[in-house]
Ligand binder design. Structure first.
Ligand code: NAD
Length: 275
């Protein structure tokens, strides 16, 4: 990992100890998941990637192989289907012989006012953004426990600390992940497995474009205006790049974060105003 004092200037190299580790990165065909996969590959980590659509996932795998020469395994699945998650994890273990790092991720629930949410959407949000993490934890942690080393990292949102007005589904369901992370950190600490959560703020990915589109339909405001308004509310006055969220995940996965567990690290440009 190269630490940067600003986006252009490299200062010094930091040994991450990630070379030859094996990392699962879920929902990694686009956005933050994709950036995380490529950032880990840059450290020499072997990858196991999954998402619902084969073609974009294969492109990410090709990019990682070409740019960084790492071995990559891919599978096409919906992380809400626990049988498929279990099969994937077992296939990764058979392929590589061990699993060191697991980064959970998924798409976010739709943005809408509470009164317009349906019970089917609540069920889907629970399956996608909380239950899927339980599936990965069930499947992966026994392998890490056997090796006496592991990093389990969840991707949620700044909404776990500061609810976002139009994202009631996300606000409610994702806070459960914090309880899970804290519980697992206590239980798996003695096995040298750290469990942490990363909460992105507004990040320039398709997710923000989708939210801008939903807002444009609801209010008639242009999508570009929505993005500019978001940036105004961020102390750093811009959206994050997905690579900036990925850098925090790489650090948590590395040897340099060996004593950090049970934490939520926000990568939000200062959006969360609490202490
Ligand atoms: P994105 O839409 O750019 O990418 C989402 C990825 O998840 C894609 O690869 C997609 O194929 C995959 N995916 C979606 N549903 C899936 C499923 N059921 N099974 C398997 N793969 C699935 O989104 P992003 O911006 O990278 O966001 C990643 C996560 O971070 C989301 O949960 C999002 O809500 C959250 N988040 C994003 C922002 C932001 O501003 N972008 C802010 C806070 C939180």
């Amino acid at each position: 990992m190269v630490l940067k004092t600003d986006l252009e200037t490299y200062t010094h190299d930091m040994e991450t100890g990630l070379q030859h580790r094996v990392a699962i990165v879920a929902a990694s065909s686009k956005g933050i998941g994709r950036a995380t996969a490529l950032a880990l590959a840059a450290e020499g980590t072997k990858l196991a990637l999954c998402a619902r659509n084969a073609d974009p996932l294969k492109q990410v795998a090709e990019e990682a192989r070409k740019l960084h020469g790492v071995e990559v395994y891919t599978d096409t699945l919906d992380v809400a289907e626990d049988d498929r998650v279990r099969q994937f994890v077992e296939a990764v273990h058979r392929r590589f012989g061990h699993i060191d790092i697991c980064v959970t991720n998924a798409g976010g629930p739709p943005a809408k006012p509470f009164a317009e949410t349906t019970m089917a959407e609540w069920d889907r949000a629970y399956r996608l953004n909380l239950r899927s993490i339980v599936s990965f934890a069930h499947a992966v942690l026994p392998h890490m426990q056997q090796r006496g080393w592991g990093r389990f990292i969840t991707i949620t949102s700044v909404a776990v600390k500061q609810p976002v007005l139009e994202l009631v589904l996300s606000n409610a369901v994702r806070t459960g992940v914090l309880g899970l992370v804290r519980s697992l950190a206590t239980q798996y600490g003695p096995h040298n497995i750290t469990i942490n959560n990363v909460g992105p703020g507004y990040t320039a990915t398709d997710r923000v474009k989708d939210l801008a589109q939903a807002n444009a339909q609801a209010t008639g405001r242009l999508a570009a205006e929505y993005e500019a308004d978001i940036a105004k509310d961020v102390p750093l006055r811009r959206l994050a790049k997905p690579e900036e969220v990925a850098d925090a995940i790489v650090w948590l996965a590395s040897e340099r974060a060996a004593y950090i567990t049970g934490q939520t690290i926000l990568v939000d440009g200062g959006v969360y105003r609490g202490l």
